[in-house]
Each structure stands twice: as structure tokens, then as C-alpha cells.
Ligand binder design. Structure first.
Ligand SMILES: Cc1cc2nc3c(=O)[nH]c(=O)nc-3n(C[C@H](O)[C@H](O)[C@H](O)COP(=O)(O)OP(=O)(O)OC[C@H]3O[C@@H](n4cnc5c(N)ncnc54)[C@H](O)[C@@H]3O)c2cc1C
Ligand code: SF4
Ligand code: SF4
Length: 481
């Protein structure tokens, strides 16, 4: 019986290097690694050693035989990844063995490499992967700062409270907070003095500004950006405990990415199932008295290429309260054809919903409406509904805008308004100034994607250090001072 990777995998590839038989793929040097949501164990090759499960920071790996409930399907999902692959072509030793990549020694530092003083701004995944790389692979001294009094970035204030295994990666990062070569400064804004006191500064400040939809009524009362709802249920210090009013029976969430699914899941979860999680007490209390009976997810694309990942949809569908709006014949056709992610919805009930009426009585539910974009938020001062493509008005008392994030300008750094990122080359803004994570590459990709991203940035920094570009810069700064 092989091991299998399950729902919470964030594709950080920690398991790849510990597997003695190279049976976890795609590996970071394989082409599909950049687009995969998760990694997969080849059951034909796995020797059941369990090393990967020990290495996984989010407890995503289990013996396939131990999987129960909604996780059982992951045995098949792991195996499917290898179905149809030409295992013989990949074989080096025997048919069941995958080819090992040639060894790569990408980064070599001179033996007399002097210790650097590096400031890392941001304690989210990108900042922490950069810190890990610097502390474990160089003799650098690191000053780690965050504007918030609690470290963790979106691990703490973004990841949903009903994903405790994912939040656990925060513990893996926090073990560096006490490192003897690290000074942690929380509740501190990045300022220009950082550059004067350090050889280099890495900005890993994230990208959590709401992307505007550009539709009339977007700013009506009752229209909330996703970051407000997510921050509210995670107890973000800058979001008031009463920021999310749940007195409406129907909430429309514009977007169908994983953040939209998180919000739909939390707003329709039974409060009992959230008690005992890290949810903010005020949010839990409000959910207990919530009037919300229906959350509608508006997906611009069809079910075959919806924005959510397969694992998040499977988790939502497993609750049994998901419905697909059958308003458009393309929806049923795509689901029946089973292309891409559409096949995941085969067992989900379809219904032509009457949007002019209140949601049906009974329990809470989530309705997925595909091929549908908002044209206007209706209402005078407060949201009354959303007019969507096809000139249908969905009557709803609250709207959440979860159509993506963008970065905010960082004082003193260039900024690309079009992408909402800091322009950079492999993380280098200029010698001595670097970016990593969402502010570098834009707001996409899970936690694990920030590992390779931060590694590339630290690589650029070390290249500049070896070439003498940092010391020159610092001497220049000191002369000017
Ligand atoms: C709602 C939500 C849920 C998610 N859930 C998952 C999930 O379940 N699984 C998964 O794999 N991925 C998830 N992701 C994606 C994941 O969180 C991101 O890939 C990751 O957090 C990006 O890391 P980052 O370090 O670039 O940014 P962040 O995590 O946002 O960290 C940025 C840090 O910089 C700090 N900062 C900002 N400006 C300053 C300043 N001027 N001075 C000092 N400090 C500053 C912030 O306070 C913050 O701590 C989620 C994302 C969101 C938005
Ligand atoms: S159990 Fe061992 S052999 Fe199987 S995938 Fe994990 S590390 Fe590889
Ligand atoms: S989270 Fe990382 S270690 Fe865990 S299964 Fe996914 S890639 Fe492997």
C-alpha cells in the first residue's frame, strides 16, 4: 500500500528531496511543476517508507489505506497523475523507477564569503522562505520586520480557520524566529533607514489590495472586498469585529478562486464545526446568529476551467450542500463532457434558480453560477442585488468582491500600476534592493510557490554580494550620510 498526497498540499516540494525512490512528481525541475496545484505519489514506485509524511509541513501525506471520508478519493487522484505516462521511457533502472534529474549545483559561494546584514520585510511565506535560505545556506545576519504585531502574513490572516493543517506551516516558519542570527521586529513599518543599516533589503510585503471590478455600485454599502471578510474571520487587528454584517439571506461572492470558495465555505459552515478552530471569537458569535442561507459564487468562466483548484472544490462538494445553477446549457454540456475540472461536478445537483425570490427555506447552501459576470451592483445607498450577464438580477443583501488582489506601492521602490507589482529581474530591483513573493510576481500561487520564488531572489542577492555590488553601494550610502 503506497502513500498518497491529499487536499492541503501547497506544493512546496519538501517531500521530493526525502523520497528515496524519486516517486513524487512533478519535481521542481520538471516542466509541469510551475502549473501544478499539488504533487502526487506514484503508487507503483512508492516503497512505503513514510519519509515524505514526516517532511510535509502541512500534514498532507498519509498511507493510502488510512484515508477516510472525502480524502479517500486522493488515492485515485495520485494514481491518475501517472496513468498514461510512459513509465518505461522514464526508467533508468527498472520499469517502475523514475529518471532522476541531473544533480544541480546552482549556487556556489566563495570560501571567504563575508557575513551580510540583510533586512527582510514581511513575515509571510515569501519572507520566511528567504530567511530560511539565508540562515541555513549563508552566514548572514537577518533583521526580520513586519508592520503587524503578529508574524505569519497570510498564513495567520488569510488561510481559512477550517484549514488547520495548512496553518501549521506557520510553526515551521516560526522556528526561525529564535535563530541566533535573526532579530525579529514586529509592529514596525519598513522605512528608508533599513537600506542604510543593511547590505541588502528584501521586500516580501505581499499583495492584498482588492482588485477593482470597475462596475457601477461597487462602493455601495454592503459591498465588501474579500480581504475584509477573510481578515474578519481570522481576527486581523485592522478589521473591526463587526465589519461583516450577516443579516442578509443571500450573499453573492464575485469570483470562483480558492479565496471565494473559502469565504463561501465559512459563511455557510455550521458554527459548531468552526468552534475549536482559530476563527476569531467575534466572527464565530456572528455566524451563530447569521441569517445567511445561500452564498452564490459568480464564475466568469465555465466549469471546465474554473479558477478554483480541484482539491478545494472537492472539499466543498463533499459537504453535500453545493448546487450548480443550470441557467446556461453550456454548463450541463461541459459537466457531462467532463473536460478539465468540469468532471468534478458530475454528482452535484443542478437547478434553475429563481433569483428574484429569496433562497429556499431549510439549511444553508452554496450555488455555483458559471459563465456569469457582474454588470452592476444595484441599490441606492446599500447593495440590493447584482445584475449579471444575461440581464438577470440576483437579489442579495451583501456582495463580496473576490476577483483577485494586487500589490500596493512600496515607498522608495518603482511600481508597475498595470500589474500591481514592483518591477524586478529575478527578484532584483537594483543591487541591494530585492522583492519576493506576491509583490514580486503578482498575487497567484499557493504557499509553496513562494519557496522557489524566494530562492531565486536570494540567489540574485548573493550574486550581487559575490560581485561586490552590495559593499560598493553601502560605502556610497555611508559617504552620503
Ligand atoms: C485569503 C487567502 C487564503 C489563502 N489560503 C491558502 C491556502 O490555504 N493554501 C495555500 O497554499 N495558499 C493560500 N493562499 C496563498 C498564500 O497565502 C500566498 O501564496 C502567500 O501568503 C504569499 O506570501 P507573501 O509572503 O508574498 O505575502 P503575505 O503572506 O501577504 O505576507 C506579507 C507580509 O508583509 C507584511 N508587510 C506588508 N507591508 C509591510 C511594510 N510596509 N512593513 C513591514 N511589513 C509589511 C504584512 O504584514 C505581511 O505579514 C491564500 C491567500 C489568500 C489571500
Ligand atoms: S512513502 Fe517513501 S517511497 Fe513512498 S512517496 Fe513517501 S518517501 Fe517516497
Ligand atoms: S505540502 Fe510539500 S511536502 Fe507536503 S505533500 Fe505537498 S509538496 Fe509534499
Amino acid at each position: 500500500m503506497a502513500f498518497a498526497i491529499t487536499q492541503t498540499c501547497c506544493a512546496d516540494a519538501s517531500c521530493v528531496s526525502v523520497c528515496p525512490v524519486n516517486c513524487i512528481h512533478p519535481t521542481p525541475d520538471e516542466p509541469d511543476f510551475g502549473t501544478t496545484d499539488m504533487l502526487y505519489v506514484d503508487p507503483a514506485t512508492c516503497i512505503d517508507c513514510g519519509a515524505c509524511a514526516d517532511a510535509c509541513p502541512v500534514d498532507a501525506i498519509f498511507p493510502a489505506g488510512d484515508l477516510t471520508g472525502p480524502l479517500q478519493v486522493y488515492e485515485e487522484i495520485n494514481a491518475e497523475f501517472y496513468t498514461g505516462r510512459d513509465v518505461l521511457a522514464e526508467a533508468t533502472v527498472a520499469p517502475n523507477f523514475h529518471r532522476w534529474s541531473p544533480p544541480a549545483f546552482g549556487r556556489v559561494l566563495p570560501s571567504d564569503f563575508a557575513a551580510l546584514d540583510v533586512a527582510v520585510v514581511g513575515t509571510g511565506p515569501a519572507g520566511m522562505y528567504a530567511v530560511e535560505d539565508l540562515l541555513l545556506h549563508t552566514n548572514s545576519r537577518v533583521t526580520l520586520i513586519d508592520r503587524l504585531a503578529t508574524a505569519g502574513g497570510l498564513i495567520r490572516y488569510g488561510v481559512a480557520p477550517d484549514h488547520p493543517s495548512t496553518k501549521k506551516i506557520g510553526e515551521t516558519f516560526a522556528r526561525f524566529h529564535d535563530h541566533p542570527r535573526l532579530r525579529l521586529r514586529l509592529g514596525v513599518e519598513a522605512g528608508p533607514e533599513l537600506a542604510e543599516r543593511h547590505d541588502a533589503v528584501i521586500y516580501a510585503v505581499g499583495a492584498t489590495e482588492a482588485r477593482r471590478l470597475g462596475v457601477p455600485g461597487e462602493d455601495l454599502r454592503g459591498s465588501l472586498p474579500a480581504a475584509t471578510v477573510v481578515g474578519w474571520y481570522n481576527g486581523h487587528p485592522e478589521i473591526a469585529p463587526g465589519a461583516v454584517d450577516l443579516s442578509a439571506e443571500r450573499v453573492v461572492v464575485v469570483g470562483s478562486g480558492n479565496v471565494a470558495l473559502d469565504i463561501a465555505r465559512i459563511l455557510t459552515a455550521s458554527p459548531e464545526s468552526l468552534a475549536g478552530t482559530s476563527i476569531a471569537p467575534a466572527a464565530l458569535a456572528r455566524l451563530k446568529s447569521s441569517k445567511v442561507r445561500e452564498v452564490v459564487l459568480l464564475a466568469r468562466r465555465g466549469p471546465a476551467d474554473a479558477a478554483y483548484t480541484r482539491s478545494e472544490l472537492l472539499a466543498l462538494a463533499a459537504r453535500g450542500d453545493l448546487v450548480v445553477d443550470a441557467h446556461d446549457p453550456r454548463v450541463a454540456a461541459e459537466i457531462d463532457a467532463g473536460e478539465g475540472k468540469a468532471g468534478l461536478l458530475r454528482g452535484v445537483p443542478r437547478e434553475e434558480v429563481d433569483w428574484s425570490s429569496p433562497p429556499p427555506d431549510g439549511g444553508r447552501r452554496v450555488v455555483l453560477r458559471f459563465h456569469s459576470s457582474p454588470l452592476e451592483f444595484t441599490g441606492d445607498t446599500e447593495v440590493r442585488g447584482v445584475r449579471v450577464t444575461g440581464d438577470v438580477e440576483i437579489v442579495a443583501g451583501r456582495v463580496v468582491r473576490a476577483a483577485g488582489f494586487r500589490g500596493a506601492p512600496v515607498p522608495g521602490l518603482p511600481f508597475d500600476e498595470a500589474t500591481g507589482t514592483v518591477p524586478n529581474t529575478a527578484g532584483r530591483v537594483e543591487p541591494g534592493t530585492y522583492v519576493a513573493g506576491w509583490i514580486k510576481r503578482g498575487p497567484s500561487g499557493g504557499i509553496g510557490a513562494n519557496k522557489a520564488c524566494a530562492r531565486e531572489t536570494v540567489g540574485a542577492l548573493l550574486e550581487d554580494a559575490v560581485a561586490g555590488r552590495l559593499r560598493t553601494r553601502r560605502r556610497g550610502l555611508l559617504r552620503r550620510a
